[in-house]
Design a protein around this ligand. Sequence first.
Ligand code: FAD
Length: 501
Amino acid sequence: MPDAEVAIIGAGLSGIGMGIALRRAGIDDFVILERAADIGGTWRDNVYPGIGVDVPAQAYQFSYALNPRWTRVFAPGAEVKDYIDGLADRYGIRRHIRLDTEVTERAWDEDARLWRLRTPTGEVTARFVVSAIGVFVDPKPVDIAGIGDFAGTVLRSSGWDHGYDLAGKRVAVIGTGASAVQLVPEIAPRTARLDVYQRTPIWVGPKPDAPIPRPVRWLFRRTPRVQNAVRRIATRGVEMVLIDLVVGHGKRPYIAHGGARLARSLWYRTQVKDPATRRKLTPRYGLGCKRPSVSNTYLRTFNRPNVTLVTDAIDRVTATGVRTADGRERAVDAIVLATGFRLASDPENFRRTPVRGRGGFDLATFYTENRLASYEGISIPGLPNHFMMFGPYGWVGGTWHQLVETTSAHVVRVIQEARRRGATAVEIRPEPTERWTGRMRDRLAGSLWTTNGCATANSYYFDHHGDTPYLRPTSAAQAARAARVFPLDDYAYTTSETRPA
Ligand SMILES: Cc1cc2nc3c(=O)[nH]c(=O)nc-3n(C[C@H](O)[C@H](O)[C@H](O)COP(=O)(O)OP(=O)(O)OC[C@H]3O[C@@H](n4cnc5c(N)ncnc54)[C@H](O)[C@@H]3O)c2cc1C
């Protein structure tokens, strides 16, 4: 018998949301293996100055666990971490969690019909595995010549060192993605000089942020139905901005084009005084090619006399500063790396922590050699009893919570069906996988990503095959319905007696 019926890998929002779904379905024999010393994933690791959600907090919560205490429309990161801690307590998840337990290898044992998970403290076996390792698995390794020679301090947006005081220091920030958009305006006033190194600009829109007044919070506490209505509206709003814009671009190209024109002519013009700097901060690719961000302070920061936008390519880091391709060196005391993450489908993740399925299937090799494919963004043939919270074409709707609720409903249905049939292994069949992935690719064929001048965006939406396998190009409502009604026979259910030869 395995140690647990289900092993969930990762104790972020996905892993905890999956655990809650299992408990609610009466499945209590599960363990959550977490490599870090605390739960919370993204919101544990990213504590840099200015961290917060860049979608409204009312949308960034589970439909069954509304938080009436969000203090702002766009909540600070610490409140999200508190929310996750509260979920683990309220739903009795903590006793299932094993901290400091990294899964360094997953191997399917066909004879024993279970997964063998290697961890530094020994093997854990489980009948089913749910991978909840997140979308941004690890910070990208830094690919800048000379970074190891720098004699000053190197800070990272992920795992920020609050012990280092930036006051009066000369600082370089490398990278201008969503994290930099949040941290640059926070640290700029404290530094003596701030150089921001930009390779590709990001679309930054206005942020409709405000404190949530106490009477409104009181109303939410007293009348959850009201808060739920607000959640639905906010979630749909995010979905419209992030998903409808992309998938519906063929039919309504004027939304992205109009939005970009408006941003250029009104917003950027009022935010950045110097026309040359403004030009450099304005993307040349279309709105939506890369995940846009929101901020009322980022663009304005470049009006400050102590802030310089550097767009010359970095040649190398020296012991004392950063040298650009034009030969100029800018001396700094500290370098902040905000250079992004390795995504969940990057084969490198699974070279480091291999996933070996049935009949020699290896996930790293599969992702390297094949265009990404899955069934409902959750299952892959060759990996029996294995589910991914976020697999190829899996990003449902506007916020992560919709994805977690939809995926966990799918996983629970399959596990319950396997139990009902007395099956010890369940594996998605190749044909439904091809059919479903084909449908998703067809839907994306006319999307904004193929038509809106995205080639220069340097966007993580495009994978190493040139595909855009992150987004599920259906509405969240369609995805939730699919989780309830997909044909259970799309999976093959076997026992050791009936397993395929
Ligand atoms: C700075 C930042 C800001 C963001 N802001 C937003 C936002 O505003 N709105 C939004 O929708 N999304 C946002 N996101 C995306 C965010 O990652 C998701 O919304 C969500 O938090 C992901 O939760 P998760 O549990 O799937 O992954 P994570 O939060 O990444 O958690 C994964 C967990 O798995 C653990 N783990 C990984 N590998 C192993 C292993 N081999 N063994 C054991 N444990 C392992 C990790 O330590 C981690 O605790 C943001 C991401 C970042 C990085």
